[in-house]
Design a protein around this ligand. Structure first.
Ligand code: UD1
Length: 430
């Protein structure tokens, strides 16, 4: 089994450069399909979800090259509309290929997308919106086939501001006939990135960053070079890690304009946050304060993707906290593993009650999703003794090299392969 070995117990001190954003890079890579030419996407993170997207692009006929953190995509001619099961079911963002391929080839066939098990993740909102635009979608037991003689712009109001559904509508609408007015859409920073990329390619989009996007379809998009923004969730992970473990860190290339709520939360917990351009310094020296009530929300609220790392910090805070998860219905799974390390979290439905002042003890734990895995690694850093976080494959879906980054912050964290399996078995028998 693929794992991380952490020897914990020390505060964090150091400097880390924040990688490019996963959730911005993935839809932008899917969007390159709409462009008959060669695009260069810079600052793409080296993570397995990006690798998976590259495989999907190659399967439909694109030529794709990695050069450092740049990805060159040539989508001059496509040959395939059916997406292979193994890649689609391996990653939620494969669903972005639906809007992109419908836009380009007017046809797509795929299995239902996979991804981390953090709750029900239907795609009904995506499907309803694309049907409004004229797509005929045949739902089968394991997947769907979508086709459209032509996609037509129209007014669409999403039932919920789904990030993925908003991205799919944008992808389908930029080259559709007529105007799409998309109401109650998501306005996460990653939507802004996708719109900026498409605008650079010639797309006519207004209302960027608001709950109403107006997209005027055009015939053809032009090849572009685009630099992906830094990852606000990775930056938030390391910021909250310093809050949990104590110490001082400088995070460089931070998208601070998109992190208001996370920075405010850290301040409420007693952190000293200093911002200078894209450099963020976080210092936590005194006691960590609990949060009487925090709920995860759509942007600009507190991101659900940082809820797991927050639970680790709150387990060490000086008092009791309550966290409500409002986005996904099964996102407290890692609390069970964290409790095995000594935290005291009671989950009741969508609420987690966290009693603080806990001492965490190193254990062999199992990550069950990407952000939960990062949180367990942080728990190991805050714990006494040795922690083995198994299922590293989840963590590498979103973090380029979490061990390298935590080592730059002074932690004793490294990748382990077979030895860990032996170590965890030994621990179980003891
Ligand atoms: C994206 C992010 C993910 C983040 C999430 C919320 C990517 C690759 N992933 O996921 O990291 O946690 O936004 O900020 O960008 N829903 C439906 N029907 C649908 C679509 C969504 O009921 O058709 C529900 C989901 O089950 C979930 C909620 O809406 O409860 C949010 O989902 P959505 O905003 O679509 O998140 P993702 O795009 O999957």
């Amino acid at each position: 089994m693929n794992a991380i070995h952490v020897h914990g117990g020390k505060p964090l001190h150091g400097e880390v450069k924040i990688q490019g954003s996963k959730n911005a890079a993935l839809p932008i890579l899917a969007a390159t399909i709409l462009i008959k030419g060669t695009c260069i996407i810079k600052n793409c993170p080296h993570i397995s979800d990006v690798e998976c997207m590259i495989k999907l692009l190659r399967c439909v006929g694109c030529t794709v090259l990695w050069d450092g953190n740049d990805i060159v995509v040539d989508a001059i001619s496509l040959r395939e509309n059916r997406l292979p099961r193994e890649y689609v079911t391996g990653m939620r963002s494969s669903v972005m290929m639906m809007g992109a391929l419908l836009g380009r080839s007017k046809e797509v066939s795929l299995d239902y997308p996979g991804g981390c098990i953090i709750g029900e993740r239907p795609i009904d909102i995506h499907i309803e919106a694309l049907e409004c635009m004229g797509a005929r979608i045949e739902r089968k037991e394991n997947g769907l086939t979508a086709g459209a003689q032509s996609l037509k712009g129209c007014p669409i109001k999403l039932r919920f501001p789904s990030v993925g559904a908003t991205e799919n509508v944008i992808l389908a609408a930029v080259t559709a006939q007529g105007v799409t007015i998309l109401d109650n859409c998501a306005k996460e920073p990653e939507i802004i990135s996708l719109c900026r990329f498409l605008q650079k390619a010639g797309a006519k989009i207004s209302g960027i960053g608001s709950r109403r996007l107006i997209i005027e379809g055009i015939k053809e998009l032009n090849p572009v070079i685009y630099t992906v923004e830094a990852d606000r969730i990775v930056a938030g992970t390391y910021l909250l890690s310093v809050m949990a473990a104590g110490g001082k860190a400088c995070l460089t290339h931070v998208p601070v304009e998109y992190m208001e709520c996370v920075m405010q939360t850290a301040q409420l917990m007693g952190g000293d946050i200093q911002v200078d351009g894209n450099l963020l310094t976080v210092i936590r020296e005194g006691k960590l304060k609990p949060l009487p009530y925090l709920k995860t929300e759509v942007y600009p609220g507190f991101p659900t993707d940082l809820q797991s790392v927050l639970l680790v910090a709150l387990s060490l805070a000086d008092g009791e906290s309550l966290v409500k998860e409002t986005i996904f219905n099964n996102r407290f799974r890692m609390a069970q593993e964290l409790n095995r390390m000594g935290s005291d979290i009671t989950v009741c439905g969508q609420d987690a009650n966290i009693r603080g002042n806990r001492t965490l003890i190193g254990r062999s734990v199992v990550a069950e999703d990407l952000r939960g895995g990062a949180a367990l690694t942080l728990a190991g850093i805050c714990a006494q003794g040795d922690t083995f976080v198994n299922n590293y494959q989840y963590i590498e879906r979103g973090y380029e090299d979490i061990c390298r980054d935590f080592r730059l912050l002074g932690a004793d964290v490294r990748r382990r392969c077979e030895e860990t399996e032996i170590a965890s078995k030994k621990e179980e028998t003891e």
